[in-house]
Design a protein around this ligand. Structure first.
Ligand code: HEC
Length: 186
């Protein structure tokens, strides 16, 4: 064999050993530069360095966001809850008790309408509560209150559970109540 061939064969044998090492080195270099680039992007977008004009322009181009009212926004008045309290005393208390924690009325015992009960409404709207109460309650005379009275008694339930009162009354209108969502205390 000539030295030339040996050289060639030697190179040929070395190549598969070299190539992965080279590729690994290239991969490492690539990964490093990609990481630096990613970090630069993250730093750029999260950083407070955007001029104010940039972000406000971006927001102006988005469709207007539908602001959702929650039960923490003051969705009934104190006056309305007071009317609801009187109604509750006459129409609900026999079964749900003076402390709203369930009554002592034999088979018709109402469930507790305090504490953990409200967690079951998380993510739902007051419209749904209105529908349930106005079609099922009082259990012994379902649907017998006026829509206004149902809105009032629901206001009382909200107030008794420490949801805040506000400036306008809870409307007896499911379309509007649809906009008010139960969420955990912010
Ligand atoms: C005759 C007894 C009785 C009376 C009066 C009564 N309830 Fe109830 N209530 C119950 C019982 C029993 C349940 C549990 C079973 C059910 O949901 O039907 C209940 C359940 C409820 C619930 C939970 C419904 C749900 O699905 O989460 C609410 C809210 C409620 N009552 C509100 C009221 C209000 C407001 C009044 C007064 C206008 C009232 N109840 C009057 C017996 C009564």
């Amino acid at each position: 064999m000539s030295p030339k061939v040996r050289l060639f064969e030697g190179f040929d044998r070395a190549l598969p050993l070299m190539r992965p090492r080279m590729r690994r080195a290239q991969r490492t270099a690539l990964a490093a530069s990609a990481m630096i680039a990613a970090l630069a992007i993250v730093a750029g977008s999260a950083g407070p360095s955007h001029p104010a004009g940039f972000s406000s322009t971006a927001y102006a181009q988005e469709p207007p966001r539908q602001e959702r009212t929650t039960v923490w926004d003051g969705v009934f008045t104190t006056e309305q809850a007071k009317r609801g309290s009187a109604l509750y005393g006459r129409r609900c208390m026999p079964c749900h008790g003076p402390e709203l924690n369930g009554g002592d009325n034999g088979a018709d015992d109402g469930i507790s309408l305090t504490g953990g009960y409200w967690a079951t409404w998380r993510g739902q709207t007051v419209a749904e509560l209105f529908r349930v109460v106005s079609t099922k309650m009082p259990r012994n005379a379902p649907g017998q209150l006026t829509p206004q009275e149902y809105a009032d008694v629901i206001s009382f339930l909200l107030e008794a559970n420490s949801y805040p009162a506000g400036k306008s009354e809870l409307p007896p209108d499911t379309t509007r109540l649809e906009q008010i969502v139960f969420v955990d205390k912010p």
